[in-house]
Design a protein around this ligand. Structure first.
Ligand code: IPE
Ligand code: IPE
Ligand code: MG
Length: 248
């Protein structure tokens, strides 16, 4: 809208945090915060598609979130299930392809089946690629990639000496997609909480105090605008980067 040359991140990864505090500040039970958070997911998905973001990865449930009270875990599972059921129509309308990353084997059979159906239903959509990280942990991801590489070595497909960053990167979640350009964490905490450890190596980090249920299109727009003003150097000097940009 304001200048077509503003850089739009190809891949945005978000830790959606602050649902519980949002609910508490309104004297509501925590589940109310999680429910309100679904509206923010919708807003961010739609804005991403409109602004031309190619990949959006959302952290919905961490491998550590099983430590929460059983009632909250089961509410989150129910919410995930109904959201998958209800939102697919809208994803179809917006040409969004949905995929889940994380260890899905820990979920109930019923939920695993719903996940597979939602993925299959949206598989032909070639607009925004929406990745939901569920029972995901960055360390789990690196370990499962290492396990795949070990299998290839054991099978005789490759030598241990041939294992490098590229080999591991081929087996890590989100392989084949551009790496996240912009990371956003709402809710005021400034930590990664075992989200995409490998993939965030050169991602621009953006932290905001806005609680996830309050994170609307405007708040997201502010994060995207902030990103467009950053200079990414990838180890080079600022002068080198500026010279390359001028040369284009
Ligand atoms: C994020 O909100 C949602 C999940 C982790 C599933 P929280 O539930 O962590 O909200 P706070 O951090 O307690 O406010
Ligand atoms: C991270 O939020 C996980 C998700 C948003 C799904 P948490 O609220 O679980 O993170 P910590 O425990 O405060 O680090
Ligand atoms: Mg939290």
């Amino acid at each position: 809208m304001n200048g077509d040359s503003a850089t739009v991140p190809r891949h945005v990864a978000i830790i959606m945090d602050g649902n519980g505090r949002w609910a508490r500040s309104r004297h509501l039970p925590r589940p109310a915060g999680h429910k309100a958070g679904v509206d923010s997911v919708r807003a961010v998905v739609e804005t991403s598609a409109q602004r031309g973001v190619e990949v959006l990865t959302l952290f919905a449930f961490s491998s550590e979130n099983w430590r929460r009270p059983e009632t909250e875990v089961s509410l989150l599972m129910d919410l995930f299930f109904t959201a998958l059921q209800r939102e697919v129509r809208k994803l179809m309308k917006n040409n969004v392809r949905l995929r889940i990353i994380g260890d899905r084997l820990a979920f109930s059979e019923k939920l695993q089946q719903r996940i597979a159906e939602a993925e299959a239903e949206t598989a032909a959509n070639d607009g925004l690629q929406l990745m939901i990280a569920a029972n995901y942990g960055g360390r789990w991801d690196i370990a499962q990639a290492a396990r795949e590489v070990a299998r290839r070595v054991k099978a005789g497909d490759m030598e241990p000496e041939g294992v490098d960053e590229h080999t591991l990167g081929e087996h890590i979640s989100l392989a084949g997609f551009p790496e996240p350009d912009l990371f956003i964490r709402t809710g005021g905490e400034q930590r990664i909480s075992n989200f995409l450890l490998w993939q965030l190596a050169y991602t621009e980090l953006y932290f905001t105090d806005v609680l996830w249920p309050d994170f609307d299109a405007d708040a997201y727009g502010r994060a995207l605008d902030d990103f467009s003003r950053r200079q990414r150097r990838f180890g080079r000097t600022g002068e080198q980067v500026a010279a390359t940009a001028d040369g284009k």
